[in-house]
Structures are given as C-alpha cells and as structure tokens.
Design a protein around this ligand. Structure first.
Ligand code: PMV
Length: 328
C-alpha cells in the first residue's frame, strides 16, 4: 500500500483560551456545553512524527525522548484507533513527539500535542482531511486541541454532535492581531487534578454552572465584537472576567478546589497595579497556576520588566499570535 512505513511530521502550536471551554456535555465525544475562543501562540509548539509500520506488534509512543507507557500510552493509542477506524487499517504506529517550550514543563499542552498528532497521524494513515475534519479529529484527543488547527484567534463552535463541533478561524486584520502574551510560569509541575475530572466536578456540583453556560454566550459575542472593532480595552476586560468566572466554578464546586498558588495571586495583583498606573494589561489563567498577561506592543517592555524583576527572567516568556498546524 502507499501509506505503509511513510513517516509524516507535523507541527502544531498551543493556544490560550480567552473565552474558556469548561464542561463537557458529551464526555466520550468531547462535545462542550459552551463555545470558546482562543489565541494560538507562537512560542510553544509540539512536533510529532507518525509512522504506521506493519512490523510493529503494538503502538510505540515516544515523548521528549522518553518511551511512554500506562495512561499516557493508552490515550495516544485510543486516539490512533479513531484514525485507524476512519482509514480502515489495523496497523500499529510509532509516534515520536517533541514539545518545544522555552522553559521546562508547565506550559506543554495537550492542545498542541493532539493537534499535531491529528495532522501527522491522519496523513500517515493515508487520509487527506480538510481543516474542519482535522479540527473535529483533534477535539477527540483534547477539546482545546481542536482550536490549535488554526493560527491567530480561533472560535470553537460547540455544535451538538461529533459532526458539528469544530473550530473556525476568527479574522482580525487590525491592531488586535498584535496582542502580546506574557506567559508567567510560576509552577512547572503537573496539575494535581486533570481538566477532565475538574470539569466534571464543576458541571455536577457548582450551583453556578447553569449561569456559566448562559454568560459564556454573552462573553463570546462581546469578545468577537471587541476583536472586530480593534477594542483592546474591551478585549482585555472580557478575557479577565471570563477567566475569573471559570475559576469561580472550581471555587464553588463540592469538594471545592483552586488552581492558584501564592505567586498566581501576586501576579494577578501586579497586573491590577500596573493597570492602575496606566500600563494597560489583563490576565487570564487556565487549569493551572500559570498566568498569561495580555497587553499591546507599546506596553510590553514595561510588563516584561516588571515580572522579570518580580519572578526572575526564567519564568517570563513573551509570546505573540502563532500559526496553525503545518506539515514538515
Ligand atoms: O482541552 P482540555 O481538556 O485540556 O481543557 C482545557 C481547559 C482550559 O484550558 C482551562 C480552557 C480552554 O478553553 O482551553
């Protein structure tokens, strides 16, 4: 066959959600309760090579030069099986994946990993998927991965089933495509609670979850109009608010939990103080203690300097809008 033994490489960049995805309506297909919106980042990406090889007796998974077993292997294996089913093959695969992050772990993301694996894996299996189908496939690995198929601002339209739930690019031919993201890596260790478990807890126990589903629509519409109107202030305000509304779903769960550590809180306070002093910036935080600060180019030096002084240069990374998935 034409596909056998052909190694395909792909690169996908991670993304930061500005309107968060938090809660699965369908856990096995990963259909979210709400639509979300993100910015793909240039500084953090995953490079993945996939080869389907008749001589393999099982899938082999290497991540950052280490062979992966157990749960990590299972997750990749299950994802490859979705590809195999679609391509009507049964061959095992070798997956070699490398995460490129400026500082050690903590920022490596399942979003870039599954977007790269979807692209490399499907092509290596002989499939020629559209971006829309790649996005749907990546979604099955990790919800946020469906957005990393595209560069820049990306909206994940929640849809109602496997067919209708995928991401689309949001064009910003204006100043907002110049948004700067200062990533503060206050913690390099893995999060103690997986986003899957955490979402389930929020959905089933937070009394505020139904309100979140309602407000997410309003927040999404508002940020999209801020992007098209080149309104950085609105853009930043909505991003910060939406992030806090998501974290309120962890604080209000039973049992309650929290992703912030003391440096997270100090960084949040510093952002507010900078803003008070006329340096306009906002924060957003995903399912972990690391903070991403949003600002415009004219303030980036002040923001980077402030946090470098506060946390040390190794914890501060400047990122910008990054590209969509591509083949090597
Ligand atoms: O794609 P997952 O299962 O890792 O969940 C991502 C959840 C958040 O990062 C907190 C929000 C988002 O929209 O990316």
């Amino acid at each position: 066959t034409t596909w056998s033994n052909k190694s395909i490489g792909a690169i996908a960049h991670t993304n930061i959600a500005l309107i968060k995805y938090w809660g699965k309506k369908d856990e096995s297909l990963i259909i979210p309760y709400t639509s979300s919106l993100s910015l793909t980042l240039d500084q953090f990406y995953t490079e993945t090579h996939v080869t389907f090889d008749e001589s393999l007796t099982a899938d082999v998974v290497m991540i950052d030069e280490q062979e992966v077993n157990g749960q990590g292997w299972q997750r990749v294996h299950d994802f490859l099986s979705i590809i195999r089913k679609r391509a009507e093959i049964t061959t095992n695969a070798q997956v070699v994946s490398t995460n490129h992050v400026p500082t050690a772990a903590g920022l490596a993301s399942s979003a870039s990993a599954f977007a790269a694996l979807a692209a490399a894996g499907s092509k290596a299996a002989g499939l020629d998927l559209s971006h829309q189908d790649l996005s749907r496939l990546a979604r099955r690995g990790s919800g946020s991965a469906c957005r990393s198929i595209y560069g820049g601002f990306v909206e994940w339209r929640r849809g109602t089933d496997d067919h209708s739930s995928y991401a689309v690019p949001v064009t910003a031919d204006n100043g907002l495509s110049d948004v700067q993201v200062i990533a503060l890596t206050v913690e390099r260790h893995r999060k103690p609670i997986s986003s899957r478990q955490a979402m389930r807890l929020s959905v089933t126990t937070s009394p505020y979850y139904p309100t979140w589903v309602k407000i997410a629509q309003t927040d999404l519409a508002a940020i999209k109009s801020a992007i098209s109107n080149d309104d950085f202030t609105k853009f930043g305000e909505i991003s910060e608010l939406n992030a806090m509304r998501m974290h309120a779903l962890t604080l209000s769960a039973n049992p309650d939990f929290m992703y912030f550590n003391s440096e997270t809180l100090e960084s949040m306070n510093m952002v507010k103080q900078l803003r008070h002093n006329g340096i306009e910036c906002y924060y957003t935080i995903d399912a972990g203690p690391n903070v991403k600060v949003l600002c415009q180019r004219r303030h980036v030096n002040d923001v980077v300097e402030t946090f470098t002084e506060m946390l040390g240069a190794d914890k501060v990374t400047l990122a910008k809008s990054g590209p969509g998935v591509h083949y090597l």
